[in-house]
Ligand binder design. Structure first.
Ligand code: MN
Ligand code: MN
Length: 461
């Protein structure tokens, strides 16, 4: 049961559409290196298409079929809705992805100087192989919330004229002991210290940390922030530089945060391409905190999605708790997250018949989980049967996969959280090479197929 290579099915028209989508995706990825930046980008794109901020609508304003609204959740998660012809009680067609990606976060008390070098101390976020994050150019993105309520945006290291920062590694000449260590401890969590400066600037003769002093001066002059402001800052250290075409044939994309911004972008592109009034209300959820368990007020486990549906029931008719429950239980969802792409260099961890291959289209994972499907949402066969027909009718190239060999490892997504409402949910996404590495690789064809799949799903599920 080998699946088709998507590239072999394309007309010139397909290639033109694929190129346009991938160029826009690269811009999205470059402008969205944090969950906050992704929300800003998504809102910008949605507003251009006429979506309105629900929180800014007149109190009591009623919504009708065809109306488009978004809910911004603390600037870190966002949901787009287009109201359908059917009442919400009949369920929504939902696509959901996450916009947080593995990275290195600056600690709340981060700045110190040692042996004439100024550092920022960090705590990594999500599952990373720490040794991959040293000796590469890094950028700092985030916000500093000042006591007076001002929010200062920070992006350092993306403009080619900007400096970058980074983490050093031990020189090979002195690595005899280090190279005997297990890969998980070659670089340890507390070793992920970001180098930010080396030039002293004494504030007085007694200054014992003149490089740190110089850093504070720069922070003050450039951003108006003082050391204590780090206490209320969220600064994320991410790979510096732009998304690139990958491969001599430009068939792939090298980028930071394909997991899961490639699915997030495919969803945005798909929902914003829908000009007609859909049969059922369609929804695109972009959630935060998936990489650390979907927790917190902006993670999928929070109630913002349920609350938004409640607001929409109220805005399109008469609200009741029973209608809300019926709407959620009757919904259909694609939990859109990346899949492990088959890597011939590491063939031993994959089971070749049940693996996602780059270039063979959007991937459906009936289940994820680990150790006997533990913790996974195992989608219903009936739902998969319906989706197979839907995808075939829409001419979508798709494949099915598991996350590696049985008992080799595993992972999870937001699928099980939404399935708890009783709705039909299945995982569906784009295959990635080097997942969670600073630079991940996807096939352009798989992104194109994901956009087609999500559009067809929202209109026809
Ligand atoms: Mn993911
Ligand atoms: Mn992930």
């Amino acid at each position: 049961m080998e699946r088709k290579v998507a590239w072999e099915t394309y007309s010139n028209e397909d290639i033109a559409k694929l190129d346009a989508i991938c160029a826009n995706y690269a811009k999205f990825l470059d402008n969205g290196k944090t969950e906050r930046e992704c929300v800003s980008e998504a809102v910008k794109l949605a507003e251009k298409k006429g979506y309105k901020d629900f929180a800014k609508l007149k109190a009591g304003k009623k919504l009708k079929a065809g109306d488009c609204v978004y809910f911004n959740c603390m600037g870190k998660a966002v949901m787009l809705f287009k109201i359908g012809k059917q009442p919400l009680e009949k369920g929504l067609n939902i696509v959901g992805a996450h916009i947080d990606s593995p990275r290195i976060d600056i600690k709340q008390n981060p700045l110190y100087e040692e042996s004439g070098i100024a550092y920022l101390d960090t705590h990594y976020y999500g599952g990373i192989k720490k040794y991959q994050w040293v000796t590469i150019p890094l950028a700092m993105h985030g916000v500093v919330a000042k006591k007076d309520g001002e929010l200062v945006d920070i992006v350092i290291g993306e403009d080619p004229k900007d400096p970058v920062v980074g983490i050093s590694d031990l020189l090979i000449h002195l690595s005899a002991d280090q190279l005997q260590k297990k890969a998980s401890v070659v670089i340890e969590g507390e070793d992920l210290n970001i180098i930010i400066g080396n030039r002293p600037q004494k504030v007085d003769d007694n200054d014992k940390a003149p490089v740190k002093s110089a850093m504070l001066k720069i922070l003050e002059e450039k951003y108006g922030i003082e050391e204590e402001d780090f206490l209320s800052a969220e600064i994320e250290v991410v790979p510096a530089g732009p998304t690139r075409d990958f491969g001599l044939d430009r068939s792939m994309i090298l980028g930071y945060g394909h997991d899961d911004r490639v699915c997030a972008y495919a969803q945005i592109d798909a929902i914003l391409s829908i000009d007609e009034v859909p049969a059922y209300t369609i929804c695109c959820v972009l959630a935060d905190k998936e990489e650390i368990g979907s927790v917190g007020a902006t993670g999928m486990s929070a109630k913002y999605f349920e609350n938004a549906v409640a607001e929409l029931i109220n805005a399109t008719g008469d609200y009741s708790d029973l209608i809300l429950r019926r709407a959620l239980a009757a919904s259909r969802m694609l939990s859109c997250d990346v899949s492990a792409g088959f890597d011939p260099n590491f063939a031993g961890v994959f089971e070749a018949k049940n693996t996602a291959y780059l270039g063979r289209g959007v991937c459906f994972n009936k289940f994820t989980g680990r150790g006997g499907k533990g913790g996974s949402n195992d989608a219903n066969a009936e739902y998969l049967g319906k989706l197979r027909k839907l995808m075939d009718d829409a001419g979508v190239n798709f494949q099915t996969a598991e996350l590696g060999k049985v008992d080799q490892g595993g992972g999870g997504t937001i699928a099980y959280i939404c399935a708890a409402y009783g709705m039909e949910v299945i995982d569906s996404g784009v295959a990635v090479l080097s997942m969670h590495a600073p630079w991940e690789i996807i096939s352009k064809a798989d992104l194109y197929e994901a956009v087609k799949a999500y559009r067809a799903f929202m209109l026809n599920a």
